[in-house]
Design a protein around this ligand. Structure first.
Ligand code: CP
Length: 314
């Protein structure tokens, strides 16, 4: 593959090979000396048009640990403020010959459009409500490590599904790996057409969580909501906020996940989120660095192959 734009374009084998390579980087990242050379000589530019803690920090660390020259564009201080378009901005940076461009944008499809214009490899770090492929891959690695497999599991994705690129990428990945996926949330936060995506839909936590191996909580994405889609925060937490009592409906060894950033007391009880016997939230963050290292390593191999004599022109 030339870019990593979504889970949609990945086969089962692609997913497994990224996760297998990521395992080697989990080991490396736990050592004191974290240096590897997969991106030596390459330039990585991170362009985040939306706020981020985990994704931006882990892409930066991943690039540096693999030997790339990494530049974080501060989009809030860029000439986008003076009216320059996304594509003109991308073409300007493209002229500086980066090899890897990591992009987050609020518009669904913006990263695919950008990838069609530039010469380098593009990694989607989240576009609108469309895809967040490295998040789904890091979630998959976390599940595989905790459950010993990434198929034949019952995974409940709960909360604001409608506005969530994390949910969409996870639904595609988990479906491709032959898991049973359930969506739980108020009908106003279930995307239209979800019933045709091979998932089961619930608006009751007790029913939806019954027998679940994995419980994935999502933040209410207020920045993507036009109007009031929930009655009140209090009512939302009462019905859909995950606490130990509601979790009791899931399997006794169920794990609790959250992509972050989380809002304690809105979609999840703070004590449950911190309970290391069930919550794998910090492990998800750790897997994020390894998965991003693996994804950039594989794209760099492709870049180098294309640049070899006889390889396809970039
Ligand atoms: N999960 C995730 O994408 O977090 P950030 O928005 O902090 O990058």
């Amino acid at each position: 593959h030339r870019h990593l734009l979504g889970i949609e374009g990945l086969s089962r084998e692609d997913i497994e090979s990224i996760l297998d390579l990521a395992e080697t980087y989990v080991t490396l990242n736990r050592q004191t000396d974290k240096r590897a050379d997969a991106l030596n000589g390459l330039t990585q530019i991170n362009m985040f048009f939306e706020a981020s803690t985990r994704t931006q920090a882990s892409f930066e660390l991943a690039g540096k640990r693999l030997g790339a020259a990494v530049m974080n564009m501060s989009m809030a201080q860029s000439s986008v403020k003076k009216g320059e378009t996304l594509i003109d901005t991308a073409m300007t940076l493209n002229a500086m010959h980066p090899d890897l461009l990591v992009v987050r944008h609020s518009s669904s499809g913006a990263v695919n459009l950008l990838a069609s214009k530039v010469n380098c490899a593009v990694l989607n770090a989240g576009d609108g409500r469309h895809e967040h492929p490295t998040q789904a891959l890091l979630d998959a690695l976390t599940i595989r490590r905790r459950k010993g497999r990434l198929s034949r599991l019952t995974v409940a994705i709960c909360g604001d599904i409608a506005h969530s690129r994390v949910a969409r990428s996870n639904m595609i990945l988990l479906g491709r790996m032959e898991n049973r996926v359930r969506l739980i949330g108020p009908p106003t936060l279930i995307p239209p057409g979800a019933d045709r995506m091979g998932v089961e839909i619930f608006d009751d936590m007790a029913k939806g969580l019954e027998g679940a191996d994995v419980v994935m909580m999502l933040r209410l994405q207020k920045e993507r909501m036009d109007g009031a889609l929930i009655p009140s925060m209090r009512e939302y937490y009462h019905r859909f906020g995950l606490d130990a009592e509601k979790l009791a409906a899931a399997k006794p060894d169920a794990i609790v996940m959250h992509p972050g950033p989380m809002n304690r007391g809105v979609e999840i009880d703070g004590l449950l989120a911190d309970d290391i016997n069930v919550s794998v939230i910090q492990e998800q963050v750790e897997m994020g660095v390894a998965v991003r290292m693996a994804a950039m390593d594989l794209l760099a191999r492709n870049l180098r192959a294309r640049n070899e004599p006889g390889g396809a022109a970039r």
